[in-house]
Design a protein around this ligand. Sequence first.
Ligand code: SAH
Length: 514
Amino acid sequence: MRKDGKGKVFLIGAGPGDPGLITVKGKRHLEMCDAVIYDNLLASELVISIPYQTEKYHVGKKAGVHPVPQDEINKLMLKLAREGKCVARLKGSDPLIFGRGGEEARFLKENDIPFEIITGVTSGIAGPAYAGIPCTDRVLASSVVFVTGHKASDKYKSSVAWEWLAKAKNCTVVIYMGVGEIANIVEKLIDNGMDPETPAAIVERGTYPSQRNVITTLCLLPKKVASENVKPPALFVIGEVCTLQPWLEWFVDKPLLGVRVMVTRPADQSMELYAELRELGAEPMPYPTIATEAWHDEEGWEALRNSPDKNSWLIFTSENGVRYFFQQFANRLGDVRYLSRFKIAAIGSATSRSLAEHNLEPDFIPSKATSEVLTAEMKKLTDVKEATVIRVRGNLAGDTIEKGLPEVGVKVIPLTTYRTFHPDWPDGLKEKLFETPPHAILFTSASTVKGMNHNLSDDEIKQITSGAKIFSLGPMVSDTLSKNGFAITAKAEKHDLEGLIATLLEHYQKNQSK
Ligand code: SAH
């Protein structure tokens, strides 16, 4: 909610596909708004990174359903803004280029709703740029024209001056929304005097790792669209600048180029992973099957506060445990010196790394990263007898430690700092999963496997997993995958994210096919 309690709408351009192309300002507003109204043509990572509690409204086209009419979108913006909310109206690429952002802004103005426009990179510039085509060039093109190909064959509805464009010299013509109309467009341009041999390009899914570029000539465009089975979103670029493409091509030579990788781990812990996959050329598909949120365990914190200042231990068994512990610690106890009374035990390298971020080094790490081994080995420590142990945990953690350590006289007090749940996917994401199914799926914990059926039916899971390669992070995950009937393609040798990515890479380097 805004400080003055008044609603405001931010019309934000999301960029055309690569989530890195949203502006810093756009991202900032997306993260702090109360509600987001979003379209289809934008990166799922942007949608999934909006905080879980933010209201989300998908108004893009859905298969078999009419798109939400513009006046309903307008009404929704108005309603949310009148409730005093800060609303992000997230639109593909740039909000004002063939995006009806101007109409939406005018509607807001007429209704006295303040707004800001946060411009975005339009696909007509970014798509060609990722293909290696500059829209202008000192020698080859001194102007660029963006036109819509929508309804080009309808002489009453198309107001594009095709006759004039056909004669433009040293000009690049970029056509949006033209896939269904390309034969008519080409005919109009050639009939009006454009050279049929003018260089031309098709840019499909521009800036996505699956971007396809076809370099051809004007007269061959319709044939190429058919033979290459070009599908929207796609652009046509017509002009001499297309001849520069072989020199300027750069979005190639990435080891996982075009591989769609479904990531099932919690979204807020996957931002680095998504970015890393993108660096490698893959298209991350963020479909978290689990999520976590803070849990307030008053009794546990009270026990921590009253722990004896000698012979007390803190046990951390997960990265999440550490993260949520310190989020709450700041408010509840504040002074970090309070922790000096505790010895610290930790399971797993990720847990130790998280502790290191808080400048803490575990006093004890079991020889194997399991609760059973930690319990068995801690029991043997001489100074643990009669100790008080605060066992930091999530609500779903097992009770091996709670049951095992009291056998040697240790007092174990659970402190639950977070809850794991299966999140609903934001509207529109599930459709995308079936439109462009994953080539690979990453499972990083047993609960990510179990969470698959929260958003998908058994048949849908079968459909998605049978066509994909399945990668497992560790033995517990593999076990759960096998029990659930999933065929594992490869298991990570090193049981962490780094190991999992290495396995994925190795697999695709050995097997060229997706
Ligand atoms: N406001 C958007 C355009 C919306 S109109 C912008 O600034 O780009 C939708 C059309 O945009 C599509 O039919 C297609 O022609 C083009 N488009 C959008 N995203 C695209 C992409 N990633 N690659 C190629 N064309 C894209």
